[in-house]
Design a protein around this ligand. Structure first.
Ligand code: PLP
Length: 454
């Protein structure tokens, strides 16, 4: 249809993470409205969005009267002010105070950005600046894990541990060290317990630190649950083993809470779920329920004081963005956090999580399913060729992406990470809505199975 929005998108829009030629030929998948966990296309077809957009729309996709009002009020009062040279708009102050109050460990200050990538990029600069302030300019390397996702800018994209994000973008930049992805099902030795696997990951981390020289390593960045790497849930004892190593070598921990923050794992923060004690926390996405672009970095007192004193000597911390703490985004985020509190979102996630877990685990016995993993309201179902050996399908078959295409036909949006199918439904979903999501997934799984047997 030549004048459809889909066709116009194909003609005029170059999207990321999209096959551009296919988009030109077939046009975009144009979403025109939402209602709860459902979205509707130009043609009126309904989809359950099982990934909350991009792991962000905690409140679903329908209009939120309180957020509309918060945004409208702020547009009326003061649509823009910046955060440079001590200037700041009201909701930005209130949001900073609120975030420091909610932090997973005692934190001193909040710093605002517009996206998770920017927050991680900025956190890298903070860590470098911190070590320059302490007179150890050689302590700059950053550790990140295989299958990590920390964003796509030149620095945060370098931390990301997914080859597709690096290929032909000349990434990673130098100074990034890579350590194990703590995925027991995939990377444990035969017979190795979760606890022993966690010990081995920690030992490998320490070996890496000693081989590189601890005096050259500034920080480790880590997601509590690795999201875009395929919802990788660490062994229960992993962080208890990793934390002391980071402390021993004075390596800062930056917890990337961009997906886990604000209730996703059944606590306000994934750091609380896994016993991480970060020095900095980066957050975005559910901070505004995906409804305004905003991200925040929380900084603990010792790091903050060092940044403050060094920047005082230099004149200022010479880093900031036109839209850092944008009042409109801050007003929406502040109201989002109040909605979470009024809904008691953490209690709600905890109440719904067993139902979600049962729905996920119901697929564990299926011949195509190797592992089902979930925490809170995030999880993945990993498809395998052979359940006993965990052997994966030939990547040429593109089993995961094909299942996701079939799921589309059944009105379900889920994310394939190779052959792991990721689920991250809105936090306000009902049990019935989750049942509907799993019913649609079940049909797609059966059709995939039939296709593979052909
Ligand atoms: N960190 C994590 C854990 C993420 O999942 C993402 C995005 O998916 C990012 C960082 C990057 O955030 P953004 O896309 O807002 O730049």
């Amino acid at each position: 249809r030549p004048n459809s929005l889909a066709a116009r998108d194909g003609a005029y829009h170059f999207h990321g993470y999209t096959n551009a030629l296919k988009n030109e030929q077939e046009g975009g998948f144009v979403v025109t409205r939402g209602d709860g966990p459902f979205i509707y296309t130009e043609e009126g077809k309904e989809y359950f969005d099982g990934l909350s957009g991009l792991w962000c729309c905690a409140l679903g996709f329908g209009p939120q009267p309180r957020l509309i009002e918060a945004a409208r009020r702020q547009m009326e009062i003061l649509p823009y002010y910046h955060t440079f040279t001590q200037k700041v708009a009201t909701p930005t102050v209130e949001l900073a105070e609120k975030l420091v109050g909610l932090a997973p460990v005692p934190m001193s200050k909040a710093y605002f950005c517009n996206s998770g990538s920017e927050a991680n990029d900025t956190a890298i600069k903070m860590v470098w600046y911190f070590n320059n302030a302490l007179g150890r300019p050689q302590k700059k390397k950053i550790i990140a894990r295989n299958k990590a996702y920390h964003g796509v800018t030149i620095a945060s994209g370098s931390l990301t541990g997914l080859p597709a994000v690096h290929a032909d973008f000349d990434l990673p930049v130098p100074g990034i060290l890579r350590t194990d992805c703590p995925h027991h099902y995939r990377f444990a030795e035969p017979g190795e317990s979760e606890a022993d696997f966690a010990t081995r990951c920690a030992e490998n981390l320490e070996k890496l630190i000693l081989a590189e020289g601890p005096e050259t390593i500034a920080a480790m960045f880590a997601e509590p649950v690795q999201g875009a790497g395929g919802v990788i849930i660490p062994p229960a004892t992993y962080w208890a083993k990793v934390m002391p190593i980071l402390r021993k070598y004075e390596i800062l921990l930056v917890a990337d809470e961009v997906i886990c923050g604000f209730g996703r794992t059944g606590n306000w923060w994934g750091s609380q779920t896994y016993g991480m004690t970060p020095d900095l926390v980066t957050s975005a996405k559910q901070l505004s329920a995906g409804q305004a672009p905003i991200a925040a970095i929380l900084i603990n007192q010792p790091v903050y004081e060092t940044l403050r004193d060094h920047s005082n000597r230099l004149g200022s911390f010479a880093h900031g963005l036109t839209y850092s703490g944008h009042p409109l985004a801050a007003a929406v985020a502040l109201e989002t956090l109040r909605i979470y509190e009024d809904l008691d979102i953490v209690a709600r996630v905890r109440a719904l999580a067993p139902h979600f877990a049962r729905g996920m685990q119901a697929f564990a016995g299926h011949p195509l399913v190797g592992e089902v993993r979930q925490i809170g309201l995030v999880g993945a179902i990993e498809l395998v060729r052979d359940k006993a050996s965990h052997a994966s399908f030939d990547s040429k078959l593109a089993v995961g992406p094909n299942l996701v295409r079939i799921a589309h036909d059944h009105g379900l949006i889920v994310r394939p990470v190779v052959d792991s199918i990721c689920f991250c439904p809105p936090l306000v979903s009902t049990e019935q809505q989750l049942d509907e999501m799993f019913a649609r997934f079940g049909k797609a799984l059966e059709e995939t199975h039939a296709w593979l047997r052909r």
